[in-house]
Design a protein around this ligand. Structure first.
Ligand SMILES: C[S@@+](CC[C@H](N)C(=O)[O-])C[C@H]1O[C@@H](n2cnc3c(N)ncnc32)[C@H](O)[C@@H]1O
Length: 289
């Protein structure tokens, strides 16, 4: 695996400037400040433990520390409170800046949909975090967002309506349609789409279902169509924010197995174009044979 670090910012801006002159659409990828303020613009619905849980822990620890100080406690209690407060702050920064829990997700690969346009299938679109990110980054693309909207995936009131509201807020609502369906059984004709994408979604299935969904994606993609698969990477950002990732078991172990992904892509008719990482992110850009 070539461990390419995320470097899309400049090329992305350049590419999109060429497509829509004077466009400021990439401002959604504006760095730390944008990450911390985007919650005021969008409502992707991730539950409070993910969006504000870390900050809450930080504030409670600070208050506990202040109380301990006031009571003349200068020992281990104060040290513990300081440690927990620092963890809470670091976790909040990781969730908002690296995981981008409540802002349009940045496009992991600048090589995805380089023409800027085309009909894109999104698998497991949820409340539209990645949908909006893609539509902002690729101003001539149209997205068919597929989701089952069943079960809990960290999003409250996960629904097509929520996705559409977020797309409208971003000013891209006219370029997205939602189909409620199972990514393992797609209700589309063969060779319907120019490209496909799945962010923190297909990787949530177990391996036999990932294989099924990839076969279905290959069927509905045009030959040479690209597929971008983005998964949470248990790098330092994620390990700070979500300590269970440190153990590397379950989802955190098996979905990180690069060789396993290579095998499943090869089996289902895809060639790997690029694999890489970004903060909290592991991605594969593959092309249908
Ligand atoms: C963790 S959420 C990610 C949502 C969005 N892509 C994001 O990055 O915020 C995973 C999504 O996958 C959807 N999903 C899970 N299994 C699915 C399936 N078999 N077919 C379609 N969607 C599915 C869930 O409903 C959920 O919206």
């Amino acid at each position: 695996m070539s461990d390419v670090r995320y470097s899309a910012k400049r090329p992305e801006r350049h590419l999109n400037a060429a497509l829509t002159i004077g466009s400021a659409t990439m401002s959604h990828d504006g760095g730390m400040l944008t990450s911390l303020t985007s919650a005021f613009h969008y409502d992707f619905g991730y539950s409070w433990p993910f969006t504000s849980g870390h900050l809450l822990v930080c504030v409670v620890a600070l208050l506990a520390g202040a109380f301990a100080w006031w009571r003349g406690q200068r020992g281990w209690l104060l040290g513990l409170a300081a440690l927990v407060a620092v963890w809470g702050l670091a976790g909040a920064i990781a969730m908002h800046y690296a995981v981008q829990i409540n802002e349009p997700a940045r496009l992991a690969s600048e090589r995805f949909l380089p023409s800027g346009g085309g009909r894109v299938l999104e698998l497991g679109a949820g409340s539209g975090r990645a949908t909006v990110g893609l539509l902002l980054a690729r101003p001539q693309a149209r997205v068919t967002a597929v989701d089952l909207y069943k079960g809990y995936y960290g999003i409250d009131d996960n629904s097509a309506e929520r996705l559409k509201r977020n797309a409208a807020t971003a000013g891209v609502g006219d370029r997205v349609e939602v189909t409620v369906a199972d990514m393992r059984q797609l209700p589309f004709e063969p060779a319907t789409f120019d490209a496909a994408m799945s962010v923190a979604a297909i990787d949530h299935l177990d391996w036999p279902d990932i294989e099924k969904a990839l076969r279905e994606t290959a069927r509905v993609l045009k030959p040479d169509g690209q597929l971008l698969v983005v998964s949470l990477n248990s790098d330092v950002w994620v390990r700070v924010a979500i300590p269970p990732a440190i153990h590397g078991t379950g989802f955190w172990g098996s979905r990180q197995l690069v060789q396993r992904w290579r095998d499943v892509f090869a089996k289902t008719g895809f060639d790997i174009t690029e694999t890489g990482t970004a903060p909290a992110t592991l991605y594969w850009l593959v092309t249908r044979r």
